[in-house]
Structure formats: structure tokens, C-alpha cells
Design a protein around this ligand. Structure first.
Ligand code: TA6
Length: 273
């Protein structure tokens, strides 16, 4: 564990891969399999501030997605998680963090819960968020593993496997039908409602495919802010939208209801081929 601007970061260094995980937000900041370029994008202007979410990496949006509540994307990405376990197996390193309800979380969202966030780090990266209802009443939740991917050029990637139907967040959530291949020429912010299990980013200039396999989700969000929005965001360089794209394992509305004692796991597995 090292300290960076008051934030504790777990550094994983293993022959198969390297990774960094911030306890602030339970936020994966980098992941680099041995002999590969970074797969996960982090903003060069990212702010490491315990009051804010880190721009890039894998923000944990929970217990809701986007503006379904306040703060936007929930409180998990700005909460302090604790290290529960770290160990090695034949595939690499496993790190688990935990976040339980406390006075601050109950003031925002009045429910008792236990979240375990597990990172399996090797030639692949798997992130699993298991949410358990530790309350005496049922509650519903949503959220996302809001992964930012590092690409060579947004003008020269193709995404497949996202499915045809989506809600367009740039048009007040209008229901739309798209084609089999997604390319980018402007701000793109879509909730795909019938994604395949695996979504592929074909990063042509880097000559690699990034495969994103999601579980426990009911949607996949794809986002690139394009230039104007990047300029308006203090923690993104003006042209840095060119080298990132988000593909997110998402629980969209109406969310998932958990009875007392029940658990659900939202996961994403990332590999470059
Ligand atoms: O996942 C897409 C999205 O919800 C966009 O609408 C965009 O605002 C983005 O997330 C980033 O949100 P943030 O709160 O991190 O600025």
C-alpha cells in the first residue's frame, strides 16, 4: 500500500500483471498485463481528492446509476473501502475490499448493506461487486462498473456485441435502434438494453481487441464525451476524449431487488487479444 495525495493505493506487482487499486472509491486505477500496453485509461488531469470520484479507471457506481439519485452515480465511488483480503493463486493475485453502511451512507440512502469488491488480477482482470442486503427490509439498487478503456484513437475503433436497442442519453433517453457495429463521430452516451455477454472493442491502431464480458447486469453503457464536454470537465484534458471509451457493466432501472439476506453480483472481465 502506498499513499498518494492522502489516498491509499494498493499496488499489485506480479509476473502476470500490474495493477493499482485506490481504497478511496474501491477504484481500480491501472491494469497492465505483462508485455501489454495499459488496458485501463486514467485521465492525465485526474484529481485524487477524497471528496471526488477519480476520472478514469473503474469507478464503482452504486447504489444507483447516473442521476437516478444524488450524488450522481451513488456514493460508493467516493467512499473509503477497507482491505478485506489479498492472496495469490495460479492465475495471479486476488484483492478484496469491503464497504458496509455507516452513518454517512445511511444519511444518503437509508439501508443496511455489505458490499464486497473482488479484483482478480492476472492475464485477465475480473472485477466482481457482491451486494448483500443486511437490513430487515427489502431494497432495490442499480449501478455500474464504469470502466474507462485506453484506446489509440476514438476515430478508429469499432465496438461490437452491444446489441441493437439503446436509450440515447444525449436525447433525453430516447429509445433507438442501432446497427451491429458502433463507431464514433460525436458525443456518445447510450444505455444498451440487450447487450451480448461479451462486447469487443476493436482498437485498430493498437492492433488489439479488448474483450469485455459482463455478468449480473441488465444493460451496458457506452460513453465518450467528445470534445466540448471534455473541455467543460476540469479533470479531463481537452483532447483526452480521443484516447478513451467507457464500456460499462450496468444495472439500469428498475434495478435489482434484494430481500433481507439476499446477495447479487455484478461483474466485468477484461482481456486483450
Ligand atoms: O456512464 C455515462 C455517464 O453516466 C455519462 O452520462 C457521463 O456523465 C459519465 O457517466 C460520467 O459521469 P461523472 O459523474 O463521472 O462525470
Amino acid at each position: 500500500v502506498c499513499e498518494y495525495q492522502g489516498i491509499s493505493i494498493i499496488r499489485v506487482i506480479h509476473p502476470l500483471a500490474e495493477a493499482g487499486i485506490s481504497l478511496h472509491g474501491g477504484h481500480l486505477i491501472w491494469f497492465k498485463p505483462a508485455g501489454e500496453k495499459d488496458i485501463i485509461w486514467i485521465s492525465e488531469n485526474a484529481e485524487f481528492d477524497t471528496q471526488k470520484a477519480i476520472r478514469g479507471g473503474i469507478p464503482v457506481c452504486w447504489p444507483w446509476f447516473g442521476k437516478a439519485g444524488t450524488p450522481s452515480h451513488g456514493f460508493a465511488r467516493t467512499s473509503q473501502w477497507t482491505l478485506q483480503e489479498h492472496r495469490e493463486n495460479e492465475n495471479g493475485v486476488i484483492v478484496s475490499l469491503q464497504l458496509e453502511d455507516n452513518e454517512e451512507t445511511r444519511a444518503i440512502w437509508p439501508h443496511k448493506f455489505s458490499n464486497v469488491l473482488t479484483f482478480e488480477i492476472g492475464t485477465e482482470l475480473k472485477v466482481s461487486l457482491t451486494s448483500t442486503n443486511t437490513d430487515s427490509q427489502p431494497w432495490s439498487y442499480g449501478g455500474a462498473l464504469h470502466t474507462y478503456f485506453d484506446i489509440a484513437d476514438i476515430n478508429n475503433i469499432e465496438i461490437t456485441g452491444m446489441g441493437a436497442t439503446y436509450l440515447d442519453s444525449t436525447q433525453q433517453g430516447k429509445a433507438c435502434e442501432g446497427g451491429d457495429v458502433l463507431t464514433f463521430t460525436s458525443e456518445t452516451d447510450r444505455v444498451y438494453t440487450q447487450p451480448e455477454a461479451t462486447i469487443t472493442i476493436n482498437d485498430k491502431n493498437n492492433k488489439r481487441n479488448i474483450l469485455v464480458t459482463n455478468e449480473g447486469h441488465n444493460a451496458a453503457v457506452i460513453w465518450n464525451p467528445w470534445q466540448e464536454l471534455s473541455i467543460s470537465m476540469g479533470d479531463m484534458a481537452d483532447n483526452s476524449f480521443e484516447t478513451m471509451v467507457c464500456v460499462e457493466s450496468t444495472i439500469h432501472q428498475p434495478g435489482i431487488e434484494l430481500a433481507p439476506g439476499q446477495s447479487h453480483t455484478l461483474a466485468t472481465t477484461v482481456v486483450s487479444k
